[in-house]
Design a protein around this ligand. Structure first.
Ligand SMILES: [Fe+2]
Length: 289
């Protein structure tokens, strides 16, 4: 496809890779919102990103930011700054980047799946849940207008192995935060430091309407496990989701009324869809015909 005309997706910051993947003198080609890009780290350390034509000609340059272990750019003029994740300032947290995984699905479907707690006992059996403890107790989900984000909190349910550092099954608390349409963070009970939250985030790079690269990361308090063990645990969970994500129909997230039936546990997804609709986002959505 060609570059989207969707102004909401264009005029926002989008991830294009992990900082570690941009090496000096090694131009890197990628896609964003249907547009081909070339990114290169120059001798002075700065990364330059350009749109390129289908014939490989260099077109306009795009703004770049390196933040949260990742590289961000925009194809337009963002109305607001890149969101903040203040926990990145807590130096005693362990940051673990889990790499990028290509998923043949809309980036919005990936975010929506991340917000879905109802699937845990069935898809992540014996880790994030198990039958018969499938009940999702009532919780709060809302669009926070002041920060233009979707939040869900007061979430609590039983998990068998919530994190690699967890010892045995227990009730785990969650909060979700959707910081922009393709980027989300969750806060969950920290087994090692109960007064803090462990953080798991997903940054999804929307390559095409139905194709994205997903970068997961953790910001955790875990003195026991190696980075490799933590990555393997997170990847195992995510790979369990991929088969579902790649077979979901319709491919885009439907934003019209009555598109998909919902249940109480879907509260966060409902707020997410409402928020996307209010924004007028088109890219990665399914429009009623
Ligand atoms: Fe999942």
């Amino acid at each position: 496809m060609t570059k989207t005309t969707d102004p909401v997706a264009i005029n926002d910051w989008q991830v294009i890779g992990r900082i570690d993947d941009f090496l000096k003198g090694q131009p890197k080609q990628t896609r964003l919102l249907g547009q081909s890009l070339v990114a290169e780290r120059h001798k002075n350390g700065d990364i330059k990103v350009h749109e390129i034509s289908e014939l490989g000609e260099t077109l306009r340059s795009c703004p770049v930011q390196e933040k949260f272990g990742h590289v961000w750019t925009t194809l337009g003029k963002p109305k607001r700054e890149l969101f903040d994740i203040p926990e990145f300032q807590q130096i005693d947290r362990k940051y673990v980047g889990c790499g990028g995984v290509m998923v043949k699905a809309s980036a919005l479907r990936v975010v929506e799946n991340f917000l879905d707690i109802g699937h845990f006992p069935y898809v992540h059996t014996d880790f994030l849940g198990s039958e018969p403890l499938t009940e999702v107790k009532d919780y709060k989900a809302e669009i926070r207008i002041d920060v233009d984000e979707v939040w869900a909190d007061d979430i609590s349910f039983h998990q068998d192995k919530a994190m690699l550092s967890a010892t045995g099954g227990k009730a785990v608390e969650y909060m979700y935060r959707v910081v922009s349409p393709f980027n989300t963070v969750l806060y969950k009970t920290c087994p090692e430091k109960p007064e803090e939250w462990d953080i798991i985030g997903l940054f999804a790079q929307p390559l095409e309407e139905n194709l994205c690269r997903v970068y997961a990361f953790m910001l955790v308090f875990d003195s026991q496990n190696t980075e490799t063990d933590l990555i393997h645990f997170q990847q195992m969970i995510f790979f369990q989701d991929i088969i579902i994500l790649e077979n979901q129909l319709p491919v885009g997230v439907p934003l019209y009324d009555g598109a998909e039936r919902s249940i109480k546990a879907d509260k966060t997804q409902l707020q997410f869809r409402k928020w996307l609709k209010q924004k007028g986002l088109q890219f990665g959505t399914d429009q009623e015909t």
